[in-house]
Ligand binder design. Structure first.
Ligand SMILES: Cc1ncc(COP(=O)(O)O)c(C=O)c1O
Length: 656
């Protein structure tokens, strides 16, 4: 019996529910990459260097230290393990294919520029022969500062470059860094050559080529003739000619392409690497020494856990990716008699996504189905009156007909009738009581249809929206725009689940509304059995803290987040397991109200002095006592220094 069927046969399932049932209901094994599981106590654990760390225990520990949710937990052990997995995958593929070149991963810091994270990637990466990739001047400054004495650490410089960007590269080269500016468009090569003359250095130069093979997925426009990046074949040949003419063809050492992020279909990778390898051997034939082939990023993360070429998933593994890249580059070079180059990847998403988990508290809920039914006394058809409005009669009929084989029809009828009832009310044909009656009948019909669907175990697409229609809204103390911008902006799916009470059967279905006053501030796409679902199974709220985890959020979210409604960065905590126990390495406190206000030029001191003057006026007018005025200013000072999110510990307004 699947966890979903168990949920619908309450008594027996109640007894039989287990942490294991939760683990499969939320499909942890499918998306967790081996880094997450559910403990016997029914709590989500992060698997860190062989130690299971309960997220709930960590959060309780943080709250005891005065750090509230929402909080971003970053597991350094998981990050390190992902880097090692990448290294091992390529080492394995190199051995298997008797490939004679080296593998050098670089971390594209655009994926997450948080200093502690880049420091971690850089220091562990250095042992693994990894470097960094940058795409702008500020990123280059960060990379230089984070790789002190890192002469052996490769820095790949992508992105559009002005004279000052190129000068920084030249400075770094003179500093002894292994740094390669990649020519993104035809104007840049001349820029680089003139700078090398000014600085008296012989740069190692890379060129990015426009790949003709079709891309797939959301970022498929990173390739193709119309992509904004890279040189056309004609521009590439002109660049070779310019280098030869200036006696600097020996400076051309790296060929680069990037097929886009989160590539879902391995065939896209195979095609692009095949084409890039051809360009590589052609450049060699034209006399460029080369030596490095940079296949860019693109390795996906299986957020949905269904190993498919659907969005937010991927139909290949890390090992397959490494094996395909090494095989194809090796095969083309061997056939052309060209030395096997060092292979460089820029797969930041795959490196860091698993290492961060966002945890937020549920601070309230609206229950749609029950509320409506209880208010209307169960919508029973016995209450029909001969002259009641047609939509109500239709709703009674739809409710009466609920039964095997009629569910879709009843739902259609009820949806139509409730629409008629609302327009009838709008035009004044129904009273408020009658509208209430209609709504009660509608919810009753939907609820019975859902229960009948589940009792019969029907998987009818036309009945799949019943969970969403009847689902609750659980209000989460977070901002989707700040912490999960891709969920909002591009419908990215992230695994979401309660981090505790997993030894208890989740009896309700819900979506999450965030704290912003924006209807888009919601999470309503969830990994579930049989694919994506519009609601998540959750536990009834019982007055105790209820915490939700959003997983695999390490890539892009922190950098792309914004200040909608002035909800600022969440606290971020770096954790590592030492001697078998989790320890806090670093706490990066989230924004205070004062800080987010300052981003928009609201000065806290000025605000305080303005409000103090207002207080004194109110005291003069006898509206406030001096003590009240003092209390008011103290509260404002506290809020200016306080977290931008709700404080579940502060209790709700009802407490007074
Ligand atoms: C040039 C380049 N390299 C690497 C990356 C990172 O790729 P991924 O998202 O797979 O980490 C990007 C991202 O778009 C990119 O533009």
């Amino acid at each position: 019996m699947t966890p979903v069927e168990q949920m619908n046969t309450p008594a027996k399932a109640e007894r039989e529910w287990s942490p294991g049932a939760s683990e499969s209901l939320y499909r942890v094994g499918a998306w967790g990459g081996g880094f997450f599981g559910v403990s016997d106590r029914g709590r989500v654990v992060a698997r860190c260097s062989g130690t299971d760390v309960e997220l709930e225990e960590v959060v309780e520990g943080l709250i005891a230290r005065g750090l509230e949710t929402p909080v971003l937990l970053r597991f350094s052990d998981i990050l390190d393990e992902r880097l090692r997995d990448l290294r091992d995958a390529f080492d394995g593929a190199i051995q298997e294919n008797e490939y004679r070149g080296a593998y050098r991963g670089v971390y594209p810091i655009k994926v997450n520029q948080q200093r502690h994270l880049v420091e971690e990637v850089s220091s562990v990466g250095r042992e693994l022969g990894f470097g960094l990739e940058v795409g702008s001047k500020p990123e280059l400054l960060a990379a230089l500062a984070l790789t002190p004495g890192g002469d052996d650490q490769l820095i790949v410089c992508n992105g559009f470059k002005d004279r000052r960007y190129v000068d920084l590269v030249m400075h770094a080269q003179r500093l002894g860094r292994t740094i390669i500016p990649v020519v993104e468009n035809a104007m840049e090569l001349d820029q680089i050559l003139r700078a090398s003359k000014r600085f008296g250095v012989r740069p190692s130069i890379g060129v990015r080529v426009k790949i003709g093979s079709a891309g797939t997925g959301r970022w498929k426009d990173s390739v193709g003739a119309r992509s904004k990046f890279g040189l056309t074949t004609e521009e590439l040949l002109a660049s070779v000619a310019m280098l030869r003419e200036r006696g600097m063809l020996d400076c051309l050492t790296l060929l680069h392409c990037h097929v886009g992020s989160q590539v879902q279909d391995i065939r896209t990778i195979k095609d692009a690497i095949g084409e890039l390898s051809q360009v590589y051997v052609e450049l060699s034939r034209l006399g460029a020494p080369m030596g490095m082939i940079d296949v860019g990023g693109g390795m996906g993360v299986d957020y949905r856990g269904d190993q498919s070429d659907a969005e937010s998933s991927m139909n290949y593994s890390l090992l397959e990716f490494a094996s395909d890249v090494v095989y194809r580059v090796g095969e083309v070079c061997t056939r052309a008699g060209v030395e096997h180059p060092s292979i460089i990847t820029e797969c930041g998403r795959a490196m860091v996504a698993y290492s961060s988990v966002l945890v937020f508290d549920v601070v309230g809920s609206t229950r749609r189905a029950e509320q409506a039914v209880s208010a209307e006394g169960g919508g029973d058809s016995a209450r029909a009156t001969p002259d009641e409005p047609a939509p109500i009669r239709d709703l009674r009929e739809a409710l009466r007909m609920i039964g095997p084989g009629r569910l879709v029809e009843c739902c259609h009828d009820a949806k139509k009738a409730i629409g008629d009832a609302v327009s009838g009310f709008r035009m004044g044909y129904l009273t408020l009581e009658q509208r209430g009656e209609a709504e009660g009948l509608f919810w009753e019909t939907m609820r019975r249809a859902r229960d009948e669907r589940d009792r019969l175990g029907l998987e009818d697409e036309q009945l799949s929206d019943l969970d969403e229609i009847l689902g609750d809204v659980y209000f989460g103390n977070l901002s989707v725009f700040q912490s999960l911008p891709d969920a909002w902006a591009i419908g990215q799916v992230f695994p979401v689940m309660p981090i505790h009470r997993l030894d208890e059967r989740p009896l309700r279905q819900a979506i999450f509304g965030d704290m912003t006053c924006d209807s888009d501030g919601r999470l309503d796409r969830f990994v579930g059995e049989g694919g994506l679902r519009s609601t998540l199974p959750v536990h009834p709220l019982d007055g105790s803290p209820y915490r939700i985890g959003v997983f695999l959020v390490g890539a892009y979210q922190e950098t792309l987040g914004d200040l909608h409604n002035l909800f600022g960065d969440a606290h971020a905590v770096h954790l590592r397991v030492v001697d078998g126990h989790w320890t806090i390495e670093e706490v990066v406190r989230g924004d205070t109200c004062g800080e987010v206000l300052a981003y928009l030029q609201h000065d806290s001191e000025q605000m305080l002095s303005t409000l103090s003057r207002d207080c004194e006026r109110a005291v003069r007018l006898g509206r406030l006592s001096a003590a009240d005025a003092g209390g008011l200013i103290r509260d404002i000072e506290r809020e200016l220094g306080g977290y931008t999110y709700l404080d579940p510990g502060a209790g709700s307004a009802r407490d007074d």
